[in-house]
Design a protein around this ligand. Structure first.
Ligand code: PNS
Length: 162
């Protein structure tokens, strides 16, 4: 059985992330979408919210589970017997960071492969950061986040402008 993990902050999940989830789910028998519990990085959405949004979107996708992790990704992968790390790639800027991370993970755990999935053209510009900025300023984020969670995301960002 091929198990893959798609780790990330998902703060919040965007259409770009969801597109990668749908495509990655076809490559693996089981896909674990794993929001990071990061004590050093400040997330706007709580871990519970980030997980719930992903669960809403993937509820009819039987080979996907949502499971947060902390610590090293490769340690989580080893514990869960995961052989594949999935990451999405949008731009050259992404590439530098992603390539470095893939090399570091490969060095730590040579048996675990990172597979990059290129973002779909229509989501190349979409990021969690830009979604948050646009929503906080009252802009329309319907092209950036899935419709099922758009109102939750927009409301929370507008109530808690920082
Ligand atoms: O969505 P993000 O913030 O770009 O995701 C980054 C993530 C969560 C994949 C990365 O920060 C990560 O794997 N963190 C866990 C700690 C770790 O394993 N670090 C070593 C590899 S850089």
């Amino acid at each position: 059985m091929k198990t893959a993990v798609y780790p990330g902050s998902f703060d919040p999940i965007t259409n770009g992330h969801f597109d990668i989830i749908c495509r990655a789910a076809k490559l693996a028998d089981k896909l674990i979408v794993a929001p990071l519990i990061n004590y050093s990085k400040k997330h706007f959405f709580s871990l519970n919210e980030r997980c719930e949004y992903i669960k809403i979107l993937t509820k009819n996708m039987p080979n996907i589970i949502v499971e947060p992790f902390d610590g090293l990704l490769v340690d989580f992968a080893r514990r869960k017997k995961i052989g594949i790390i999935i990451r999405g790639l949008r731009t050259v800027t992404d590439f530098e960071y992603e390539f470095q991370m893939a090399l570091a993970n490969r060095n730590l755990a040579p048996g675990i492969e990172t597979i990059f999935i290129s973002a779909s053209l229509k989501y190349l510009y979409v990021s969690s950061g830009m979604t948050k900025e646009i929503a906080k300023l009252g802009g329309n984020i319907s092209e950036m986040v899935p419709s099922e969670i758009k109102d939750f995301v927009f409301d929370k960002l507008n109530k808690n402008k920082k």
